[in-house]
Design a protein around this ligand. Structure first.
Ligand SMILES: Cc1ncc(COP(=O)(O)O)c(C=O)c1O
Length: 368
C-alpha cells in the first residue's frame, strides 16, 4: 500500500473554470445596460449553433426549459408518448411530463449507458407502434446510437430529440452532437463541460421549429410583437450569454483535457476488476463524467476517499424508481443493475497532472 498522506486533499468531482476573460465580458455587459434581450444572447446562440454545425441556436434559462421548449415546439403535448431512457438526470423525463406527454422508458446498453435501440424497438412494438418522439441522452458525454434511433424514429414517423446536456464537444461519425436530430438541447449548469452559471440552448436546422422555440421561450411573442401562443419566460440573460461566449472559445481545450485524463484512467484500469467506460467506434466521448462500474462500489468509494479522491453516483436510482414516478410500472433490469454499480471520479479540466497521477494510482491499487 502506498502512503496516501502525501497526496493532495480532496480532488472534487467538478470544478467550473471561470476567470478574468469571463469577468471582463460580464463587466462590458453591465456597462452596456443591456442585461437581457441584448446582442449577447443572439451572438451566443449563433456561435453555439455554428459549433454544432446547425442553422439555429436559441439560448434558454436552463437545460430543462430547453427540453420543454423543444418538445413543445415539435408539437409534443397532452396524449403523446415519448420513448426515453430511465438512466439519466430526472430532468430528461420531467420535461416530457412538463408538456403533458407521457415518458415511456426503454432499457439501456450496459456498456454505453445509453438507450439500446433493440429495447427501443421492443418498447414501441409492445405499444403497437404508438410513439410520437424518441428522446435520446448522450449520457456522461458518450454519443447515443443516433443512426439506429433515426431509423426507428423515421419508421414510426416520430420526432427524434437529443438531450445533449452532458455532451458539448462530443462527436458521432465525425459530426458534432447537437446536429444529429430534429432538435438538440444542452445545459450550461456549472458542472457541465462549459457553463453560463444557469443556462441552456435548443439547436436545430429547422427554420420553423427555431421560430416556434424563440416564441415559446418569450411568452409566445412572434417577430411582429404579437403574442400568438401562451408561452413562458425561459429566456437567457445577456450576462449568462457573455459568459457562454468565452466558455465556448475554451470548449475544445476543455474536452481535450477531459479526454487526456480519461485515457490515463482507462489505461490504468486495463487489468483491473473495475470496468472502465467505453468509447463506441466512430464516436468522440466528451467525458463529462468518467464513470466506472464496480461490483463493490461502496468499498471503491471508501478506498478513493482514503486517497483524497472525491467520487459521485450518477444515478443511484433509475428515473422510473424515483417516488415522483410511482405508477410508471416499468421494469428495466439493465438500468436497475447499472445504477447499483456506477461510480464517477473527477475528470474535469482543472485536474493537475499530479491529481491525475493520484487518481490513477488510487484506481490501480484498488483490490476487491
Ligand atoms: C442529461 C440531463 N438532462 C437535462 C439536464 C437539465 O439541465 P439543467 O440543470 O440546466 O436544467 C441535465 C443537467 O442538469 C442533464 O444532465
Amino acid at each position: 500500500m502506498t502512503d496516501t498522506r502525501s497526496l493532495e486533499p480532496t480532488m472534487s468531482i467538478a470544478s467550473p473554470d471561470v476567470g478574468e476573460a469571463e469577468l471582463h465580458r460580464i463587466h462590458d455587459v453591465l456597462r452596456s445596460g443591456h442585461l437581457s434581450g441584448g446582442d449577447e444572447v443572439d451572438a451566443f446562440g449563433s456561435e453555439f449553433a455554428s459549433y454544432c454545425d446547425v442553422a439555429h441556436g436559441v439560448p434558454t434559462s436552463n437545460g430543462t426549459t430547453a427540453l420543454h421548449a423543444a418538445l413543445e415546439g415539435l408539437g409534443i403535448g397532452e396524449g403523446d408518448t415519448v420513448v426515453t431512457t430511465p438512466f439519466s438526470y430526472i430532468a430528461t423525463a420531467n420535461s416530457v411530463r412538463h408538456v403533458g406527454a407521457t415518458p415511456v422508458f426503454a432499457d439501456i446498453d450496459p456498456e454505453t449507458f445509453n438507450l439500446d435501440p433493440e429495447r427501443v424497438e421492443e418498447t414501441i412494438a409492445a405499444r403497437d407502434g404508438d410513439v410520437d418522439a424518441i428522446l435520446a441522452v448522450h449520457l456522461y458525454g458518450c454519443p447515443a446510437p443516433m443512426a439506429e434511433l433515426r431509423e426507428i424514429a423515421d419508421h414510426h414517423d416520430a420526432a427524434l430529440i437529443e438531450d445533449a446536456a452532458q455532451a458539448h464537444g462530443a462527436t458521432y461519425r465525425g459530426d458534432p452532437v447537437g446536429g444529429l436530430s430534429d432538435a438538440a438541447c444542452f445545459s450550461f449548469y456549472p458542472t457541465k463541460n462549459m457553463t453560463t452559471g444557469e443556462g441552456g440552448i435548443v439547436v436545430t436546422d429547422d427554420d420553423d421549429l427555431a421560430a416556434r422555440v424563440r416564441s415559446i421561450i418569450n411568452h409566445g411573442r412572434d417577430p411582429d410583437g404579437a403574442h400568438v401562443r401562451v408561452g413562458y419566460n425561459f429566456r437567457m440573460s445577456d450576462i449568462a450569454a457573455a459568459i457562454g461566449r468565452v466558455q465556448l472559445e475554451k470548449l475544445d481545450d476543455y474536452i481535450a483535457a477531459r479526454r487526456e485524463h480519461a485515457s490515463a484512467f482507462t489505461e490504468a484500469l486495463e487489468t483491473s476488476e473495475i470496468v472502465a467506460p467505453v468509447e463506441p467506434d466512430g464516436t468522440r466521448h466528451s467525458y463529462h463524467q468518467y464513470t466506472v462500474r464496480c461490483a463493490d462500489r461502496d468499498q471503491l468509494r471508501e478506498h478513493l476517499e482514503r486517497y483524497g479522491v472525491d467520487s459521485a453516483i450518477y444515478y443511484s436510482e433509475p428515473i422510473h424508481e424515483e417516488p415522483a414516478y410511482d405508477g410508471f410500472d416499468a421494469v428495466m433490469p439493465v438500468a436497475e443493475q447499472v445504477s447499483d454499480s456506477v461510480l464517477s471520479v473527477p475528470v474535469h479540466p482543472d485536474l493537475s497532472s499530479r491529481d491525475v497521477r493520484a487518481i490513477t494510482l488510487a484506481l490501480t491499487e484498488f483490490q476487491q
